[in-house]
Design a protein. Structure first.
Length: 402
């Protein structure tokens, strides 16, 4: 498709375009994809409607944050690998910086910050996760069989609350999907994706992805370094999350809270604050890294965790693009993904109960605030940042009234 913006193919131009989106794209991954479509299909004509739809389908198929992966692929299509990095940096840096600053503020001035406002941020997380569970269940669990998989997955991860328990549930759901689901063969016409990555390069990127996934845990055992352990934990979380940003919550909670890296209170306060930020929800990793105790923290910890959780997205996008045409028509892959998608809704449902509900809802007033926030998000359709700010203010007022 013709390009009406001839000066937007440089790396710097790509960075500035995505920086503007990173500063203004509120509303979560679905909203991000809408912003991208308006900017790159309608306005700039970087690719056709069909190509964009196919690109979104690819990134939803892969584990990781779909909107960030679409941005990486769009940057790759304009300026190669440097463009992919520029697109990611522009879209991600604003919220990452804000969350690191928030973490530093809690660490340095937590004793003077109002505890009611912080508790309001934990309560609003209940509404945000409940909205995510409801929306994902409607789309990914439309029948009794998938609802059953969702329920079994939720019970399983509550009974085995560990990262490997969650990974096991995802793997079992994938095999179950192959046995239980028979998707129809897709035969509709589509335009080729405007991203050229050779198959040999794709194999190299795919090999690197698995080498890090298998090698980082071994390195973390051999090298007694908190930085290596952090990189391993966040790389694994970014590699195994199907279904978008909210699903990373249970994986990250299992990685950072039990070993004492981050307390549950700070975890939920940061997750609530992340809802008020533009850009990808995965930047929550920067807050966690900056909040660490007993190891790299502050800016260094935030950057380690941020880069580690997004690294799989780069490797998987680069690896999958050359093989997407074959993958998108494979019925076994489609069936496995159907089972996995139902299971990840169950993981998020379990996280809604613990730690989100058990930490935030302490009294009837907390339930009332969470209910108001949920209605504001789902039915009044207020922007998330406004609901988060309102919940923090309500928590402050409630604490001041005591």
């Amino acid at each position: 498709m013709s390009n009406t913006h001839r000066d937007d193919s440089s790396v710097w131009s790509v960075f500035l375009i995505f920086l503007r989106l990173g500063l203004t794209s509120f509303g979560g991954p679905v909203a991000h994809l809408g912003y991208f479509r308006e900017e790159f299909v309608t306005r700039r004509r970087w690719l056709s409607e069909r190509s964009y739809a196919d690109l979104v389908a690819l990134c939803q198929f892969l584990p990781g944050p779909a909107s960030s992966q679409v941005g990486i692929a769009l940057g790759l299509s304009r300026s190669g690998y440097a463009g992919a990095l520029a697109a990611w940096a522009g879209f991600t840096i604003p919220s990452a910086i804000a969350l690191i600053l928030f973490a530093l503020g809690i660490s340095s001035y937590g004793d003077v910050m109002d505890p009611g406002a912080l508790h309001g941020l934990k309560v609003v997380a209940v509404a945000v996760v409940a909205q995510a569970v409801w929306g994902m269940a409607r789309n990914l669990c439309p029948d009794a069989l998938r609802v059953t998989i969702m329920a079994i997955a939720a019970c399983a991860v509550l009974l085995a609350p560990s990262v490997w328990g969650q990974v096991g549930v995802i793997i079992v759901a994938g095999f179950g999907g192959v046995l239980l689901f028979k998707p129809a063969q897709a035969t509709e016409h589509h335009d080729p994706l405007p991203v050229a990555v050779g198959r040999r390069a794709g194999v190299v990127w795919f090999s690197l992805f698995f080498a890090l996934l298998a090698g980082l845990p071994v390195l973390a055992e051999l090298v007694p370094s908190r930085a290596v352990a952090m990189a391993d934990a966040f790389y694994r979380a970014g590699s195994l999350v199907f279904g978008g940003g909210h699903v990373v919550l249970p994986l990250l909670q299992a990685e950072v809270v039990p070993p004492g890296w981050v307390g549950n209170e700070a975890f939920l306060a940061g997750y609530g604050a992340a809802q008020a930020m533009p850009g990808p929800l995965f930047t929550f990793a920067s807050f966690l890294g900056a909040s660490m105790s007993g190891g790299p923290s502050g800016w260094m910890g935030g950057m380690i965790c941020l880069l580690a959780i997004f690294a799989p997205s780069f490797l998987l996008v680069f690896a999958a693009l050359p093989f997407w045409e074959r993958m998108r028509r494979n019925l076994r892959v489609q069936a496995a993904l159907t089972g996995v998608n139902a299971a990840v809704v169950g993981l998020l449902l379990a996280a809604l109960y613990h730690p989100v509900w058990t930490i935030a809802i302490r009294q009837p007033q907390d339930f009332g605030l969470a209910l108001v926030a949920l209605v504001a998000l789902m039915f009044w359709r207020l922007p998330p940042w406004l609901v988060v700010a309102g919940s923090g203010a309500a928590g402050w007022l409630a604490n001041a009234a005591l």
